[in-house]
Design a binder for this molecule. Sequence first.
Ligand SMILES: [Zn+2]
Length: 250
Amino acid sequence: MTTTQLSPGRSVLAVVAHPDDAELAMGMRLLDHAQAGDRVRVHCLSAGRPGKDGEVRQAECLAAAEILRIDRYTFSAIPDTRFTDHRGAINAALFDTVAVERPDIVYTHFPDDQHLDHGATGEEVTAVAMREASDLIYFRSLYSRNFEPNLLFVGTPELLAAKQKALACFASQQQLDMTVFTGLNTLAYRQHVHHRVVERFPDDAHGVEMFRTARQIVHATRPCAPIRPPALTISTAAASWPGWQADTVV
Ligand SMILES: [Zn+2]
């Protein structure tokens, strides 16, 4: 299990295939990054069909971005469901995006996914992010396969409410059933986390978003704390060992 302590002021970039992918997979995490002082950008590789459909879907994204405090929400025009035919254009769009953002942390789809657009996005972002960013973290999509999380983000009632409000902005997406979504968001992680660990979650834990870290670079804390001798504790079992002299315990 990996735990991440957020450092204020980092550049966070989430690259997704479709409008609403980011909000669905990591709406709470995005808002938490913003609240920690990080700059958050979402780049969506498709932007809906040209014309009215595209305008509606982009407007939905921008409304959700306001709720989740996303600083920039940008789009490319890769045709929906045709990503595998446009890998060159995806690669060019990604290099343009990272050149502007210089991201510290990149999030994207887990490459093994039933949706071909998600898989192509995960693979192309991996190639670019490994070269251009410090951390690369995959989020779990609805159609991820063989996904074993090693980073779980535990939400709060406020974060989950904001995420639900953001998802409600996607009115054109009838398949977003809020009851099903909330149930999944609340319970899906239980198959990955032992109940002894779940029992230690805060009482107000609400919703869990799941991630898999591809790479995370952690820098040393500066300045160094003064050197102190480690505390030495002898367990009862050790102290009862025959021949042990109790007065040697320090
Ligand atoms: Zn999608």
